[in-house]
Ligand binder design. Structure first.
Ligand code: ATP
Length: 246
């Protein structure tokens, strides 16, 4: 008997108002798994995360989390179930301190105290502890990204959705963030990672999906994806229309 995946998306079509973006997307995430979503600009990667987190509207298909149908659920319902979205662009309160940003993100979802969660975040990101009383706006881009992830962790996610966490950051910080993503998965958390840094993402991930024009074009174990010629073709043009399962 095979166990149910943590997240199962089947035949999902979705978009914004009358704009259709995703078409017939199938995707699964297991517990502890790091699943990478790749694809060129405009492929629909963010829309996929938005559809799961309740921001974009599904028009067909289903999204199940722990066997429960969450298709079309509102963002506040989704986060209460243990899916947390850390969107692109470091969503933090610029005019609050690090500590205040963490306080504002604590929703008491699964019962851990604010102090416990804050200690866990400080352990992962010591710089946030050092700067806990400093204004968020005074921090570097990398530190702000760490605060954005720290805020997402305050909601005690079972599944953490990260949208381009490496965007615009120096290689050293990017490696640090990827190291933390691996550490989080070892604690039992599942990660859905949208990334433009294809090589690093596939080194870190267990399984990958490549989206293009709103459809899954290639999927398979991360290592096999990395070696597949169709991966580059989708970024450079000239790829076939078929879906390839490696
Ligand atoms: N709020 C919105 N309303 C209408 N259309 C949107 C909206 N957000 C995105 N789109 C459209 O949906 C399509 C997919 O966008 P999406 O942001 O999901 O792609 P992406 O793969 O994440 O791209 P990128 O790598 O550039 O961030 C694009 O054509 C975009 O113009």
């Amino acid at each position: 008997m095979t166990s149910e995946p943590l997240l199962r998306i089947a035949g999902l079509s979705s978009g914004y108002g009358r704009v259709g973006v995703l078409e017939g997307v199938d995707l699964e995430v297991d517990t502890r798994e790091i699943v990478v979503i790749l694809g060129p600009n405009g492929a629909g990667k963010t829309t996929l995360l938005n559809s799961i987190s309740g921001v974009a509207r599904p028009t067909a298909g289903s999204i199940q989390f722990e066997g429960r149908d969450i298709t079309g659920a509102r963002p506040e319902q989704v986060v209460r179930l243990g899916l947390t979205h850390c969107p692109e662009g470091r969503q933090i309160f610029q005019r609050l301190t690090v500590e205040e940003n963490l306080v504002a993100a604590h929703i008491g979802r699964a019962g851990k105290s604010f102090e416990t969660l804050r200690s866990e975040v400080f352990e992962l990101f010591p710089v946030l502890k050092e700067r806990r009383n400093g204004m968020a706006s005074r921090m570097s881009g990398g530190q702000q990204q760490m605060l954005a992830i720290g805020r997402a962790l305050m909601a005690e996610p079972k599944l953490l959705m990260l949208d381009e966490p490496s965007l615009g950051l120096a290689p050293k910080i990017v490696h640090q963030i990827f190291r933390i993503i691996l550490d989080l998965s070892k604690t039992g958390m599942s990660i859905l990672l949208v990334e433009q840094n294809v090589q690093l993402a596939l080194e870190c991930g267990d399984y990958g999906y490549l989206l293009n024009t709103g459809r899954v074009k290639l999927h398979g174990p991360a290592q096999e994806m990395a070696e597949h010629s169709a991966l580059g073709e989708h970024y450079l043009g000239g790829a076939t229309e078929d879906t390839i399962h490696v």
